[in-house]
Write a protein that binds this ligand. Structure first.
Ligand code: SME
Length: 137
C-alpha cells in the first residue's frame, strides 16, 4: 500500500543521507524480519549491492542481533568468527536493532572501511534513527 511505499522511500533517503554525510559510513542498510520466517531480508540500503539479501537468524553479526536484541559493535571484523563478509574492503560494522512496540522487527546495519570507527555516540544516534523510523512503519 501507499504508506508502506512511502516508508520505504523515506528509509532509502535515510540510508543515502547517512552514507553521504558520515565519512566512515560506507554501506548503510536496513534488514527486516521476513514474515514469520526465522530470517532477515534486506530492505532499503545505500552502497555496493550485497549478495546477502537473506540472512538466517543467528548467522553473521546481523543474524546475531536478530536474536540478542542488543547493539553489536564490531571494531575489527577479522576478529569475529560468526561474520558474513559482504566486501573485502570492510573493516568494521555496527548493527542496532529496530523495535516496533517493543518487538525486534529489524535493524540498521552499517559497514565501515575505517578500522574501529564506531563510538557510543554512533550507537545512541542510530538508536534515535531507528526510533524515528519505527514511527513511520
Ligand atoms: N556483515 C553482515 C552481513 C551483512 S553485510 O554487512 C551488508 C553480517 O555479518 O551479518
Amino acid at each position: 500500500n501507499s504508506s508502506k511505499k512511502s516508508a520505504t522511500e523515506k528509509m532509502q533517503a535515510i540510508c543515502e543521507l547517512l552514507k553521504e554525510n558520515v565519512p566512515y559510513y560506507d554501506w548503510v542498510g536496513f534488514y527486516f524480519r521476513n514474515g514469520d520466517k526465522e530470517e532477515l531480508k534486506l530492505g532499503p540500503y545505500a552502497g555496493a549491492p550485497t549478495d546477502h539479501t537473506i540472512i538466517p537468524f543467528g548467522k553473521g553479526i546481523c543474524g546475531q542481533v536478530a536474536v540478542s536484541n542488543q547493539n553489536f559493535v564490531v571494531p575489527d571484523v577479522k576478529a569475529q568468527d560468526n561474520y558474513i563478509a559482504c566486501s573485502i574492503t570492510v573493516k568494521a560494522e555496527i548493527v542496532v536493532p529496530l523495535f516496533l512496540n517493543g518487538v525486534n522487527i529489524g535493524q540498521i546495519d552499517i559497514d565501515s572501511n575505517t578500522p574501529d570507527p564506531f563510538s557510543e555516540e554512533d550507537e545512541h544516534f542510530l538508536e534515535y534513527v531507528n526510533q524515528e523510523v519505527s514511527k513511520i512503519l
